[in-house]
Design a protein around this ligand. Structure first.
Ligand SMILES: *Cc1c(COP(=O)(O)O)cnc(C)c1O
Length: 371
């Protein structure tokens, strides 16, 4: 048997006709950029995330860049974020010649540790950017308290967290601005790149709509210098089809996670494997099912690969240890929990169509590992 980390084909098969019809409709209108489906998707995402404004753009990475731009983050500013995230989170800060300031993570959730944020605030801090990693929201109440006390806007990197909730509040509705990604492997994935921002602030939303089209609100008249980052109509049409199924898929992901938990409990492994920690009062959408294996992780990966089980490390190098961020001056050991997570975590196959048989195979394969 082979169990891939993610299999997008099963999902596509079930939606094939619906997707092709939506794509044909866009082709017939020949409105390929920011067409009617983009506006409709923005409205639907507003409803889904319980926000007032949504602005589509070309990718999750661009959404982060646009969020920082609209908040006026510029050279010499500092933005506090997690060192244990996808590269794009901090790269956008650096692209504006601002400085990513890392704060260590909570070892249970792998999200930024709110209790460590305040010590990192300086007069140059311009924003706090938590990342809702693996589909579980950062603990937002203490984080928002800090942001209010210091008058710092919060940008949610919700690229992995559409549909996730913290105490009943949807990801994307808690910060000043939030960023989503529709990269094909995300829980709501397009047929290519796509991204979106949400905010309740109408002025920011208006400026984001301008910034994504080169800063012009009237053709060839530019009020500020923006970028070209628009959502394709084809992507919006595909995403609108899929959005209707997202809650059902999320429920399926949650069921797979629960079944893994149960199977691991029954398996009586010879080594320690810690299943994902789910905070109370959160809705974890299991973008990834990530376990912690403090010993033999890399040998286990090899063993699973030989058995046909796909796994992946998200992420093997914490951002403060990336070559391109050497200039920031961080040292090894500076964020011990992020470093430990990078060397101990492992994502297992978890997607809506994963079968019980496949899950049993994965757990049996792990159980059969001998050091
Ligand atoms: C995927 C992702 C992004 C970037 O999104 P793209 O659409 O790939 O540009 C940013 N942050 C996190 C946490 C992500 O997982």
């Amino acid at each position: 048997m082979k169990v891939p980390l993610l299999d997008l084909r099963a999902q596509h098969e079930s939606l094939r006709d619906e997707l092709l019809a939506a794509i044909h409709q866009v082709m017939d209108t020949q409105q390929f950029v920011l067409g009617p489906d983009v506006q409709a998707l923005e409205d639907e995402i507003c409803r889904y995330t319980r926000t007032r404004h949504a602005v589509g753009c070309a990718s999750g990475s661009d959404a982060i860049l646009l969020a920082l731009m609209v908040l006026g983050v510029t050279a010499g500013d500092e933005v506090i974020t997690s060192p244990f995230t996808f590269f794009a989170t901090a790269a956008a800060v650096s692209r504006l010649r601002a400085r990513p300031v890392f704060v260590d993570i909570d070892p249970l959730t792998y999200n930024i540790d709110p209790a460590a944020i305040e010590a990192a605030i300086t007069p140059r801090t311009r924003a706090i950017m938590p990342v809702h990693l693996y589909g579980q929201c950062t603990e937002m109440i203490p984080l928002l308290e800090i942001s209010e006390r210091h008058h710092l806007p919060v940008i949610e990197d919700a690229a992995q967290a559409i549909g996730s909730e913290d105490r009943g509040r949807p990801a994307g509705s808690m910060g000043k601005i939030a960023c989503f990604s529709f990269y094909p492997t995300k829980n709501l994935g397009g047929a290519g790149d796509g991204g979106l921002l949400t905010t309740d602030d109408s002025e920011l939303a208006q400026r984001l709509r301008t910034l994504r089209v080169h800063g012009g609100d009237k053709e060839y008249h530019h009020r500020e210098i923006g970028i070209n980052s628009r959502l394709d109509t084809l992507q919006a049409a595909v995403l609108r089809v899929k959005l209707k199924y997202l809650n059902g898929w999320t429920t399926e992901r949650q069921k797979k996670a629960q079944r893994y938990n149960q199977l691991f409990q029954e398996a009586k492994l010879e080594f320690e494997l810690i299943p994902p920690f789910v905070r109370e009062e959160t809705r974890h959408i299991f973008h990834q099912y990530v376990v912690r294996i403090s010993q033999h992780r890399d040998a286990i990966i090899k063993h699973l690969d030989q058995k046909g089980v796909g796994t992946k490390i998200y992420y093997p190098v914490p951002l403060h240890r990336q070559d391109c961020f050497e200039y920031l001056g961080y040292k090894e050991g500076e964020f011990p929990e992020a470093e430990r997570a990078a060397s101990e975590t492992l994502a297992l196959p978890c997607f809506p169509e994963l079968t019980e048989e496949q899950q049993r195979y994965v757990v049996d394969a792990i159980s059969s590992f001998r050091a």
